[in-house]
Design a protein around this ligand. Structure first.
Ligand SMILES: NC(=O)c1ccc[n+]([C@@H]2O[C@H](COP(=O)([O-])OP(=O)(O)OC[C@H]3O[C@@H](n4cnc5c(N)ncnc54)[C@H](OP(=O)(O)O)[C@@H]3O)[C@@H](O)[C@H]2O)c1
Length: 314
């Protein structure tokens, strides 16, 4: 019986990691959630209280749990202030790894990285491979790049792998992310046409369903090669407008899109697309959820009660 430790299970991605592990744990593995407060949905799963900002409590928690596998999905995302991004993403990851090292034995760890670590990538270098240089433009990207550097610098006995997530989408998507915000606005009781504030609609991103991403992190914890980064994406990019149009269709409403001039001024990549040959070839992981299905499930999770969700897919 192996022990799995999950951080960030109260969050969006970590919640799906927990779901996927619970479904796969017919093997009798023990699952322990480490976090600041207990997720509401925890059923038979153990919870140990610890904060990534407090090294002593973290070390105590890790000694109590004695994990064999760790999925580190806790972190801060924009619009958190820069200081919090560095404190949690870089220092928090570094402290977690230091605490795990005190166990003085191999522990398989997967750290949730981000495509934001790369910064803009030239069109000629797309789809981007894992070894492409990282030149992030934002504090978030830099905080994640530093966490990845700390993970890859580990000299053992930990066996640390980084899953570099491109753009997760799907049910429960937070409103800090464009499609999560559009879905919430379309589900609101505002009169038609629903006003939607958007950034650049022509920007292309590599969207991957959050449930597929969670599965990838678990597979990487099991079988990834230590000190390696693995891209987790779909391998193709789509515009934000494509997703917005699908959500408007699903809602059956009409929308008036206003472009946020602040968002369009941010120096964000025009296109982002992962090469997923490494994870497909070494681990056998590929996304299995279509973009349309992710959008349907995102909409179904927020649609007002009694609203018919018209399928986009057969
Ligand atoms: N969402 C994306 O689009 C995306 C894309 C690429 C990579 N990622 C990465 O995936 C990870 C999870 O993102 P998410 O979207 O799931 O974020 P989220 O929904 O905001 O969840 C973040 C989780 O981290 C926990 N956390 C934050 N600060 C902590 C601390 N000091 N100590 C212990 N736990 C702490 C939170 O716990 P509380 O509930 O106690 O606050 C929460 O469970 C992050 O590392 C992020 O960089 C996300």
């Amino acid at each position: 019986m192996a022990t799995w430790l999950i951080t960030g299970a109260r969050g969006w991605l970590g919640g799906y990691v927990l779901d996927a592990l619970e479904r796969a744990s017919g093997t009798g593995d023990r699952i322990v959630v480490l976090g600041r407060s207990r997720p509401e949905s925890l059923r038979g799963v153990l919870f140990v209280s610890a904060d990534l900002r407090e090294p002593e409590g973290l070390a105590r928690a890790v000694r109590e749990i004695e994990p064999d596998y760790v999925v580190h999905a806790a972190g801060k995302t924009p619009p958190a202030p820069d200081a919090e991004l560095y404190e949690t993403n870089f220092w928090g990851t570094d402290r977690l790894l230091s605490a795990l090292r005190t166990l003085d034995r191999p522990v398989r760890v997967v750290v949730a990285g981000s495509a934001a670590e790369l910064g803009p990538v030239a069109a000629a270098d797309l789809p981007v491979v894992e070894d492409h240089p990282c030149r992030p433009m934002t504090a978030y990207g830099r905080s994640k790049m530093m966490a990845t550097a700390s993970a890859l610098a580990d000299r053992g006995p930990l066996e640390v792998v980084v899953g570099r997530l491109f753009n997760p989408i799907g049910p429960g998507m937070p409103e800090s992310l464009a499609f999560g915000r559009f879905a919430a606005q379309l589900a609101s009781p505002a009169a038609d046409p629903v006003p939607l504030l958007a950034g650049r609609l022509d920007a292309r991103r590599d969207f991957v369903d959050v449930r597929d991403a969670a599965r990838a992190l678990i597979e990487l914890a099991r079988r990834g090669t230590p000190r390696r980064v693995y891209n987790i994406g779909s391998g193709r990019s789509r515009t934000i407008r494509e997703g917005l149009d699908l959500l408007v269709r699903l809602s059956g409403r009409s929308a008036r899109v206003e472009v946020d001039p602040d968002a369009t001024r941010r120096r964000e990549p025009d296109d982002s697309r992962a090469c997923i040959d490494r994870i497909a070839g070494e681990i056998g992981w590929r996304p299995s959820t279509t973009f349309e299905r992710s959008m349907e499930d995102l909409w179904a999770a927020v649609a007002p009660r009694g609203c018919t969700v018209l399928p986009l897919t057969a």
